[in-house]
Design a protein around this ligand. Sequence first.
Ligand code: TZP
Ligand code: MG
Length: 217
Amino acid sequence: MAAAEELVAAGATVMQYRNKTGNARVMLEQARELRRCIGVQDQNPHAEIANDAILERVTHAENVPLKAGSLLSEPAVWLIMNDRADLCVAADFDGVHVGQEDLSPEAVRAIIGSGRCLGVSTHNPDQLREAELTSADYLAIGPVFATSSKERPDPVVGLEGVRRARALTRKPLVAIGGITRSNAASVIEAGADSVAVISDLLRDPGKSAEEFFRVLR
Ligand code: TZP
Ligand code: MG
């Protein structure tokens, strides 16, 4: 929780809760705790924000051109639940992120409705083409570089994989896997709209996040 607070203080605007070992009860407790600790209000405040605002949020997280009237209800940080649409709703998160072995995007959409954000992980052009046709609000591509944060990762796609992905979708594209302060700029240059990071944020979250923002702005 301290790490999450540091990230928020440094300017993080989208955060994913990812727990590959906890049971559903523990995950829900932790997710609610995370939500409390970063100060998101109790009511889902953005149920009526249109989808284009969601897209803007994911794409230009640091400078969201909000629609008139939506500013006051916009949460400071978007919380995304990994894998689990049910826990996303139960914890009143802002969205859910699913991979190729989770519920399908449309099954997730049926659970979370249109007011929450849906992200889909892809690892090759075929998966990206397929995800492009769904109601996903953003797509992820990776692993871009070698990663030790994921068990049995798919083959590395490299910067070329990011370029190919960019050519296949106009949805916001999030790059993931082995991304650091040193290589993040090259990933954005290859066409990603944003980067998702675990390892290179963990040791000193606040400082690392600030350095990421310095590189990316
Ligand atoms: N999906 C593809 S790579 C990855 C996930 C969840 C892990 C990314 O973590 P890191 O430490 O930033 O490489
Ligand atoms: Mg998953």
